[in-house]
Design a protein around this ligand. Structure first.
Ligand code: K7E
Ligand code: CUA
Length: 632
């Protein structure tokens, strides 16, 4: 550990010798190009990150209906971490510790909290994450946060990237199923834009249920700093995916079901749907001027088609568009056809004239190339090419944006560069840095919904297949298959230079504010003292941990006590996490280096109950234990 204190780790030293070795091989003239290496599989190719070496990129993966977010290293595709968000998580005690319960419950609406309380719950136990979005400053990733939606229970969450933990969860009132989620890019995040996918009556209180035509969609802007809803806009149609521009003026969303029906046949009856474009300044001004209606305490403006407001414009596109992707040059927005084989290209700069009434909606469309059957999502390499996932054809299609625009003007050019088979039925695709202005066109992932025959059979429920594709050369090359559990919808790939996680907690992090306050009121020095405070039928047990022991190896409580165990980890060494698991009481938690964690439970079972450290921390880790004696 002393090497770390000197500011130099063993890794830094090793890194130095690797750099020297690399230079030596360059002078030897035997370096393969990226695609040569990948194609030949020589020394594993470029995607192979040898043991001991670090990946170049972080990938933030949605965990779909597992409710979590995963962190992968790219190009190795090694899973580095799982960040519990909307799920109940066994390893860390997420959803059960006092600190996580607070985060998971404080952002719920009063009605939801009341409903859950009647079920004996403090929060939901599951979520459905789709769109992990790292925060921006001036169009570049700034390494502060990742935001993520929960379609299942209409929430969003924020993950702090310094510690890679969820720190805020917010239920969105007036909305139903948050699906599309994107961030303001300029000047910074800023707003978190949330699409309510399902249309509901407002208020949704049992009145006005019979006529679905009177239901409404709603679009929400949350302030990503305070995690409070800033404003909402009523919209026509079911909002699907969204994206913001690079100037901070506009945000847009694809909509299906402009028919506003309730059956599949009704929803797909019309050959056209629309994308809705929001004028952020116009909305902000109306809200500021008090022109919004307050619903559930939130200022709401009417941007529905029939309202013909200054807040929105509806650009007609072919039936049931899905993905919505802003190009990193800041110029275009791609609306992916899904039921149509096309991608519709909208030029952001035309929106000023559209909102001013100088041009009509379709005048904003500057291209509509035919890509293949079932285009879902598009990503970019920063060299003028777009890559669209095509679900039905099971392909990634590389096409040139400038050529697509020229073809739309009538020139005889074919924008399609290459079609690469993927395995199988690809959903999202995402390129390295592709959602920021720093798109670098090195790697692309194809998140395939089906793996079928690609892996050993594990029974009827198969993993999905996340494929890695080298896009650094003229030709796309498939270099890796990676099985994943349900269900990565989307992933964002960020260069490691943008993310700076810490190794050890700050013991005074705001995450621990409540514990500090409680300890202070108890006259306990948190992180130092070992003390039992009895407060009526409540007992608070303060202890510390330092490998390989707890400061308290025994404590006694009376049956029926409400016990809160608070553990402060005194180890300040990288990777020295302890745990606290109490046998037979549904209690477990993670305590990272210099962190504090607490868990409250009822001691209702007389007898001897052991607690132990479940996080392997020391040669004497098995011996890191103690006893709770419950007196009858
Ligand atoms: Cu296409 Cu929810 Cu982004 Cu799934 S969504 S694929
Ligand atoms: Cu502490 Cu294992």
């Amino acid at each position: 550990m002393s090497e770390e204190k000197n500011g130099m780790t063993r890794r830094d030293l090793l890194g130095g010798s690797v750099k020297i070795a690399a230079l030596a091989s360059v002078s030897g003239g035997t370096v393969l190009s990226a695609s040569q290496a990948a194609a030949s599989g020589a020394a594993g190719g470029k995607a192979d990150v040898p043991p001991g070496q670090l990946d170049e990129y972080y990938g933030f993966w949605s965990g779909g209906h597992s409710g979590e977010v995963r962190v992968l290293g790219l190009p190795s595709m090694r899973e580095l971490m799982r960040i519990p968000v909307f799920n109940r998580e066994s390893a860390t005690g997420w959803g059960a510790t006092n600190e996580s319960i607070k985060i998971l419950s404080e952002g719920l609406t009063p009605e939801t909290r009341e409903y859950l309380k009647k079920q004996g719950k403090t929060t939901f136990d599951h979520g459905d994450t789709h769109h992990p979005r790292p925060s921006y400053t001036e169009g570049s990733y700034d390494g502060r946060y990742v935001f993520i939606n929960d379609k299942a229970n209409t929430r969003i969450a924020r993950i702090r990237l310094d510690i890679m933990k969820t720190d805020k969860v917010l239920e969105i009132p007036n909305a139903h199923a948050i699906h599309g989620l994107r961030l303001q890019r300029y000047p910074k995040t800023g707003y978190v834009f949330c699409n309510s996918e399902m249309r509901i009556p407002l208020p949704n209180d049992g009145t006005n249920m019979k006529d679905p035509k009177k239901y409404t969609g709603i679009f929400t802007a949350v302030d990503g700093e305070t995690m409070k809803v800033a404003w909402q806009v009523l919209v026509s149609g079911n909002l699907d995916n969204n994206d913001a521009d690079y100037s901070g003026k506009y945000v847009a969303s694809t909509c299906y079901n402009s028919e506003e029906g309730t059956t599949t046949a009704e929803m797909t009856a019309s050959p056209t749907d629309h994308a809705v474009f929001f004028n952020i300044k116009a909305i902000e001004e109306a809200v500021k001027a008090g022109k919004a209606t307050m619903i559930s305490g939130i200022p709401v403006v009417d941007g529905r088609k029939e309202a013909k407001s200054q807040f929105t414009r509806y650009i007609p596109v072919p039936n049931s568009p899905h993905g919505c992707n802003a190009s990193p040059d800041g110029k275009y927005l791609m609306l992916n056809g899904k039921l149509s084989p096309t991608v519709t290209i909208v030029e952001w700069a035309k929106l000023d004239d559209l909102f001013a009434g100088k041009i009509s909606e379709r005048d904003c469309v500057v291209g509509e190339p035919e890509i293949g059957l079932g285009p879902l999502h598009t990503t970019f390499d920063g060299r003028g090419n777009a890559y669209t996932s095509v679900f039905l054809d099971s392909q990634i299609v590389k096409w040139n944006v400038a050529d697509a625009i020229r073809a739309f003007k009538g020139e005889k050019v074919n924008p399609i560069r290459q079609k690469l088979d993927v395995h199988y039925q690809v959903g999202h695709t995402n390129a390295s840095m592709g959602e920021s202005k720093d798109a670098d066109g090195k790697w692309l992932v194809a998140l395939c919904k089906f793996s079928k025959d690609r892996f050993l059979n594990v029974g009827p429920l198969k993993p999905e297949n996340d494929q890695l594709i080298d896009i650094s050369g003229d030709e796309m090359k498939l270099v890796h298959d990676g099985p994943t559990f349900a269900e990565p919808h989307d992933a964002t790939i960020v260069h490691r230079s943008k993310i700076k996680p810490v190794d050890v907690y700050n013991p005074n992090d705001p995450l621990f504010d409540d514990l500090h306050a409680m300890a202070k009121a108890d006259g306990v020095k948190l992180g130092t003292d070992s003390k039992i405070i009895t407060d009526g039928n409540k007992v608070r047990v303060y202890m510390t941990s330092q490998a390989p022991s707890f400061s308290m190896t025994e404590f006694t409580v009376k049956k029926g006590s409400e016990v809160t165990v608070i553990v402060s980890n005194q180890d300040d060494v990288s990777d020295l996490t302890h745990g606290f698991t109490l046998i037979g009481h549904n209690v477990c938690m993670e305590i990272g280096p210099k962190a504090h964690a607490s868990h409250t439970f009822r001691a209702d079972r007389p007898g001897v109950w052991y607690y132990y450290c479940q996080w392997f921390c020391h040669a004497l880790h098995m011996e890191m234990q103690g006893r709770m004696l419950v007196e009858s």
